[in-house]
Write a protein that binds this ligand. Structure first.
Ligand SMILES: Nc1ncnc2c1ncn2[C@@H]1O[C@H](COP(=O)(O)OP(=O)(O)O)[C@@H](O)[C@H]1O
Ligand SMILES: [Mg+2]
Length: 268
């Protein structure tokens, strides 16, 4: 059955849009019909990340406001046959997004696609609140530092209040040597601290940023970041794929507190 996945975080710049775009490419390569909905109204990153910026005519707000049909607004990707984009509006404000209308559009997308990935605006403000009702699954992205984790915790509690599904966690920008040296939390420690179910971990990988500079998807590059994202996409389809465990759990107090293994949950 088709599912809508909300990809959210606490603060901006943690990799939400990059992770969303890469997971979409990976899922489409697995033969899953996938659509990215750019709900980061006013910023509009996904068309550029997916290399579709010259093809945007209509956006999600046009569809909600019946300024065009869903088919007119959807942009099929030229490289990945199972992948389409529903772009965000670049000039509108988040307050223009009507949650009911958005929910209807997501319901229509679920009739045409297997995976609807919704790239959310950062934070817990109106942008997130406007799209949360549409989610069947929630993926929160955190980097392994206290500031980001605190913001993710806040977002998770807003989601609980809104009766959203229990969020999954992706820990991004892990640096294995720092984890091993005890200077950075490992993914399991982050998941345990936030009490979230771990969906996967992605290392800091310069190839990801270099791909972006070349207007290429990181999923076209042979790198560790790509392999990590492919594993996460496989897990989203319900496959059991072991976590790589970048670096080791640090010793000291944190290590003692969080040495317990985090259970990796299986999708229904
Ligand atoms: N694991 C990673 N390794 C290297 N660069 C990354 C990684 N994750 C994200 N980035 C880079 O960080 C920047 C911010 O990511 P982005 O997806 O735009 O964040 P957000 O959508 O959360 O604001 C982008 O330039 C992206 O390519
Ligand atoms: Mg973004």
């Amino acid at each position: 059955m088709a599912k809508a996945w909300l990809i959210a975080s606490g603060k901006g710049g943690v990799g939400k849009s990059m992770v969303t775009a890469c997971l979409a490419v990976a899922l489409s390569r697995l033969g899953q019909r996938t659509v990215v909905v750019d709900a980061d109204i006013g910023l509009r990153d996904q068309d550029a990340i997916l290399g579709l910026e010259n093809r945007v005519v209509y956006d999600v707000l046009d569809v909600i406001g019946k300024g065009c049909t869903l088919s007119q607004a959807l942009i099929p990707h030229s490289l990945y046959e199972n992948l389409s984009l529903l772009p965000a509006s670049q000039f509108a404000r988040v307050k223009n997004l009507d949650p009911k209308g958005f929910r209807k559009v997501v319901a229509q997308l679920k009739e045409r696609f297997d995976y609807v990935l919704i790239d959310c605006p950062a934070g817990v403000e109106r942008g997130l609140r406007g799209v949360v009702d549409s989610a069947d699954e929630v993926l929160l992205i955190s980097t392994p530092d206290d500031v980001c984790m605190r913001d993710v915790e806040k977002t998770a509690s807003v989601l609980v209040q809104k009766k959203a599904p229990r969020p999954w966690l992706i820990v991004n920008r892990l640096m294995p040597e720092l984890v091993t040296a005890g200077e950075m939390y490992g993914a399991q420690v982050v998941a345990q601290t936030l009490d979230l179910q771990l969906m996967g971990e992605v290392p800091q990988d310069d190839m990801i940023y270099r791909a972006l500079l070349k207007h290429m998807s990181p999923m076209e590059v042979d790198c560790e970041g790509r392999r990590a994202l492919e594993r996460i996409a496989q897990r989203m389809t319900g496959r059991q794929v072991p976590l790589p465990g970048y670096g080791k759990t640090p010793g000291g107090l944190l290590g003692r507190l969080f040495r317990r293994k985090v259970k990796v949950m299986k999708l229904q």
